[in-house]
Design a protein around this ligand. Structure first.
Ligand code: NI
Length: 254
């Protein structure tokens, strides 16, 4: 089955046509999606979407690294209140982003480490964002991995060495729209990632796959990502869909 393991479907970009957008996803074969939280303002719309589609859209709890640059103690404490909420399927989105702002690394790290301890406490998988910071991110997970951490390096684009490290850590790699980009580079490492270590995602509303690149992304497009992955790996679409679906079930314990 097709699972979108990373989609911000509660974002304002979907406000006008949520129902049609969800319908298109379901018609494309998407069984369920993971909704990675962004900041305190997205908590309510995220839970509302889950309430509307309880068997389709599953919430998570976390502070996006791009929103974690300032003094985030209050926000993190607020999020901590939700940790025993049975609706949550994962911790995140968290991680490190040095593409947009390198000066906030310390605050981002502090936030990331707190999310790691939440993941251990709740036994939930962790949804990791890493941009221009894969080495630091992998390092943090390596140090914390005591057998109780699992999760996904979302929107993965890395080197063969990084693929190996992430596999050794027992984490999955989230394959998204980049796989359809010319010069995206993912085609070269996808075989190494291996079908047993990958899940599919859109990162909607961002990062739409070709031929929709630059436009609003949505969960239905995870089918395009599966098709492109099948082409690169020389496997059938059905096989890709089934294996990545099984992986998603395994990591998100559904
Ligand atoms: Ni995201």
């Amino acid at each position: 089955m097709l699972i979108d393991t990373h989609a911000h479907l509660f974002a304002p970009q979907f406000k006008e046509d949520t129902e049609e957008m969800v319908k298109r996803a379901q018609e494309a074969g998407v069984k369920w999606v993971v909704l990675p939280n962004i900041d305190s303002s997205s908590i309510e719309p995220m839970f509302q979407l889950h309430q509307k589609y309880p068997d389709f859209a599953y919430p998570t709890m976390g502070l996006h690294p791009c929103s974690a640059g300032g003094d985030n103690q209050r926000t993190l404490s607020e999020m901590e209140q939700y940790l025993d909420d049975a609706r949550l399927i994962a911790i995140g989105e968290t991680g490190i982003d040095l593409y947009w702002d390198k000066t906030t690394l310390e605050n981002q790290l502090q936030s990331f480490r707190r999310h790691i301890s939440w993941a251990k406490e709740t036994q939930l998988p962790i949804n990791i964002h890493s941009r221009d910071a894969l080495e630091i991110t992998i390092d943090e997970i390596s140090r914390a991995q005591d057998g109780n951490l699992s999760g996904v390096f979302h929107c993965f684009t890395g080197s063969p060495e990084e693929v190996k490290k992430i596999r050794d850590l027992g984490f999955m790699m989230g394959i998204g729209g980049v796989v359809t980009f010319k010069n995206g580079g993912l085609d070269k490492v996808l075989k190494l990632v291996g079908l047993e270590n990958m899940v599919l995602e859109t990162d909607a509303p961002y990062l739409a796959p070709a031929p929709h690149r630059g436009k609003r992304n949505e969960s239905a497009f995870v089918k395009i990502i599966a098709e492109k992955s099948a082409e690169i790996l020389g496997e059938s679409f059905v096989h890709i869909k089934d294996k990545t679906g099984e992986n998603a079930l395994k990591v998100f314990k559904k």
